[in-house]
Design a binder for this molecule. Structure first.
Ligand code: ATP
Ligand code: MG
Length: 343
């Protein structure tokens, strides 16, 4: 395809993230339905071209667990990324509509994400992006919107589960406009503490995501929000997210501001302050699939092994594909297509 904006007809707004928005569009010449992601970027023309080159690698990504890529183009001041449209949307939208997801489906999600990550890593050596640091209080925050999380796991009426928004382009991640506010709640303890990103960080994010789907709520959203200390941060509050960024007056932080992009928290019900949450992830025991006995032992064990706080103890996606719960999911006769037809 040689995609041009003029050939795309907007059909429907699918959702808005922090980096941009996604629309359902029709490619008029081919009558193909696609999802068009529009990302506002803050970069020189040379960097924009570099981003397009980096995105090109997605033409070579062919896996049943990865969203297909149709092409990307510049449409000043945005970059548009056209991809396969998934008619049932993302898993966060699904559980918010229908409630906690059946653990058999969650097992299939684990399998799909592990297969997708293994494919990206083994075939293309993609492990998400470069780092973006901002010293903020006691923490170094690294932010991006390409984490494994329910909003980046998509589902369709054929019962397919695919991941999207993995960070193929380091330049794109660095150029997402200053207004960008990344969700960081799926971030592993080692990344909160500034360690280099590895494929093990994705495993942590998968573990958190699976608990969220199985419980029907974000696992960190229950704690007491009372004694939060946000005095060094300026914040904005919207119904289900808090966005904070360092106050402008802090010189050191300000210097790094362009690269920082801020932090946001999401969660249904009660919300924790960002510092509490980050502190919690680093210092407290990892969340688990609870209450005990509600879910199969193998599922509990799998989630536990995704959420080892020490990344060295955590397994890689490839090793986790051999976990009994994932092997069960692989041979399970649970009919995802039939399940998809129920909502
Ligand atoms: P963040 O910006 O923090 O990563 P996000 O993933 O929700 O959050 P976007 O990636 O912009 O933000 O996506 C917005 C929404 O659009 C998603 O939640 C999803 O429901 C929908 N969406 C994205 N890609 C597709 C697609 N290929 N097919 C169908 N729906 C999609
Ligand atoms: Mg996304």
């Amino acid at each position: 395809f040689d995609l041009r904006n003029e050939d795309l007809k907007d059909l429907q707004e699918l959702g808005q993230g922090n980096g941009g928005s996604v629309k359902k569009v029709e490619h008029i010449p081919s009558k193909m339905i696609m999802a068009k992601k529009i990302v506002l970027i803050d970069a020189k023309p040379s960097v924009r071209k570099q981003i397009l080159r980096e995105l090109h690698i997605m033409h070579d990504c062919h896996s049943p667990y990865i969203i297909s890529f149709f092409g990307a183009f510049l449409s000043d001041p945005n970059i548009c990324i056209c991809m396969e449209f998934m008619d049932k949307g993302s898993l966060d939208g699904i559980y918010k509509r229908i409630g906690a997801i059946d653990i058999d489906v969650v097992g299939k999600v684990a399998l799909a994400v592990l297969e997708g990550l293994t494919y990206l890593y083994d075939v293309h050596r993609i492990i998400h992006r470069g780092m973006d640091h901002v010293p903020l209080c006691a923490f170094t925050l690294t932010l991006d919107s390409s984490d494994i999380k329910p909003s980046n796991i998509l589902f369709n009426s054929q019962g397919q589960i695919k991941i999207c928004d993995f960070g193929v382009s380091g330049e794109l991640i660095n150029s997402i406009a200053d207004t960008f506010v990344g969700t960081s709640t799926y971030m592993s303890p080692e990344r909160i503490q500034g360690a280099q990103y590895t494929v093990k960080s994705d495993v942590w994010s998968l573990g958190i995501s699976l608990i969220e789907l199985a419980l029907g709520r974000f696992p960190f959203s229950e704690s007491d929000p009372d004694d939060s200390d946000l005095s060094d941060l300026e914040g904005t509050l919207s119904p289900n997210s808090i966005a904070i960024r360092p106050k402008e007056k802090d010189k050191n932080v300000k210097k790094d501001r362009r690269k920082s992009k801020g932090v946001s928290l999401q969660g249904g019900g009660m919300m924790m302050s960002i510092l509490e949450l980050l502190q919690h992830i680093v210092n407290e025991p990892a969340p688990r699939l609870t209450p005990e006995g509600r879910f199969p032992k193998e599922a509990e064990d799998f989630v536990d092994s995704c959420l080892f706080k020490d990344p060295d103890a955590r397994k890689t996606p490839k090793d986790l594909l051999k976990h009994p719960w994932v092997e069960q999911a692989r041979v399970s006769t649970f009919d995802l297509e039939a399940w998809a037809s129920t909502f």
